[in-house]
Design a protein around this ligand. Structure first.
Ligand code: AMP
Ligand code: GLY
Length: 421
């Protein structure tokens, strides 16, 4: 079976690695990166070039397309693959809107009576300013559209709130993605990521995970795409998973269906566990990055068979479980990330790191230079992932691997999985 993975970051490296471990599977990947060569054949097609992807599925006899990132999903890649008769893992554009528009996500949650932060939507700067001049602080301000995990500001002061509204709506910091603002009440609690697989009927939960979004230790500094993650989390034990399926996941999928939208693929709920119970911070229409790296490390099952079952509406026929041992992923990022990531630095120590037992170094923003060196090519560079008999052991192994790796101006958090969940 030939499977094409769309995307080329750490999440896609982890997905490609697990798919390549399924019997009889050959994996292709759009562009790939400096680390995917051992598990997948790179094809020179952009993850956003839908026509070229359709063409490539014919050329390489692709039996299943697995889409990693949100942008091609929001742009309708799955809709086009459906039309072309190619099996695909991921939601159609109308369903991916649950991530691509935070205002839409709130509309669905309100209709489905799903617990989430109170929200207000603005596309008029005057009205946004009026609201922000008197609202409670801190206040959460979000770009409505896709912004690579960077379009959320938690404004502590009135001035910061007003400046943020202006930078989104007037200066268009995030282009059209920020042309509409969603303002949310600030929720207090512990965060966790809960992902489920669904084929439109059956729903199977994945184990819980937790990511660390801020750039610096102690959750300081700006939000990033994610600086590390671990799985599982005690916040998402079996009872909590059952409750969240009932109060959040099923009502949202049912509300979408009521509107004629069938959701297939993975649905990710970013949750805040507040004193009043779990509330939704965001939905994603795809696997989390970097949560997927520790989560798939722990998966016991045949990922190709599972994803094929999702694509063909046969999810109720498959089963899988998770290694009870915890896994920890530490992201190594380049200097300047998240605002102005520096690229082109040579990475050393990768071979030594990958010789450390119970460890995989997933590549995110890397590429091979013409002389065969691995160099940085993006903000998040590597996702160093280890499994251990305890969270502490997994964490120590991951950091041991991180310390063998070097590139100029590299940065990583030293407290991944150390913060008590
Ligand atoms: P999002 O991309 O919407 O999940 O937001 C990114 C991060 O901002 C989340 O992981 C939270 O840490 C924080 N955040 C988002 N919304 C809220 C909220 N309403 N209250 C408190 N923190 C939030
Ligand atoms: N780690 C959060 C996300 O993938 O959006």
């Amino acid at each position: 079976m030939n499977i094409l993975v769309v995307g080329n970051g750490g999440r896609e490296h982890a997905i490609a690695w697990r798919l390549a471990g399924s019997p009889g599977v050959k994996v292709f990947i759009t562009k790939g990166n400096g680390g995917t060569g051992s598990v997948a054949q790179a094809i020179d097609v952009s993850p956003l070039d839908i026509d070229a992807i359709i063409e490539a599925t014919k050329l390489h006899g692709i039996d299943l397309v697995v889409v990693g990132p949100e942008a091609p999903l929001a742009a309708g890649l799955i809709d086009r693959l459906d039309l072309a008769g190619v099996a695909a893992f991921g939601p159609v554009a109308a369903a991916a809107k649950i991530e691509a528009s935070k205002a839409f996500a709130h509309e669905i949650m309100d209709a489905a009576q799903v617990p989430c932060a109170k929200s207000w939507t603005f596309d008029n700067v005057g009205q946004a300013i009026n609201h922000l001049e008197t609202c409670d602080l801190p206040v959460v301000i979000k770009a409505d559209g896709l912004a690579a995990g960077k379009g959320v500001v938690i404004a502590q002061t009135r001035q910061e709130a007003l400046d943020t509204a202006n930078s989104f709506l007037v200066d268009r910091k995030f282009g059209d993605s920020g042309a509409t603002l969603v303002v949310e009440e600030f929720l207090v609690g512990e965060e966790a990521s809960f992902m489920v697989l669904t084929d439109g009927e059956a729903i199977l939960p994945l184990d819980g995970a937790r990511d660390h979004k801020r750039i610096f230790d102690g959750d300081q500094g700006p939000n990033t795409g994610g600086m590390g993650a671990y799985s599982p989390t005690p916040l998402l034990d079996e009872a909590a998973q059952g409750q969240i399926l009932k109060t959040i996941i099923k009502p949202v999928l049912a509300e979408l269906k009521r509107r004629g939208i069938t959701y297939k693929g993975v649905l990710y709920a970013g949750l805040m566990f507040t004193d009043a119970g779990p509330k939704v911070l965001e939905f994603n229409c795809r696997f989390g990055d970097p949560e997927t790296q520790p989560l798939l490390y722990r998966l016991r099952g045949d990922l190709a068979e599972i994803m094929m079952a999702v694509a063909h509406g046969r999810l109720s026929e498959v089963s899988f479980s998770f290694d009870p041992r915890p896994a920890v992923c530490v992201v190594m990022s380049s200097g300047g990330y998240p605002d102005t990531p520096k690229t082109g630095d040579v990475i050393t120590g990768l071979d030594d790191a990958s010789r450390i037992p119970d460890t995989r170094v997933f590549h995110s923003g890397t590429k091979l230079s013409s002389d065969g060196a691995t160099i940085t090519s993006g903000g998040r560079v590597l996702a160093v992932t280890s499994i251990g008999t305890s969270m502490q052991e997994a964490r120590e192994t991951a950091y041991k691997a991180v310390k063998t790796i070097h590139f100029n101006d590299m940065h990583y958090r030293t407290d991944i999985a150390a913060i008590k969940p």
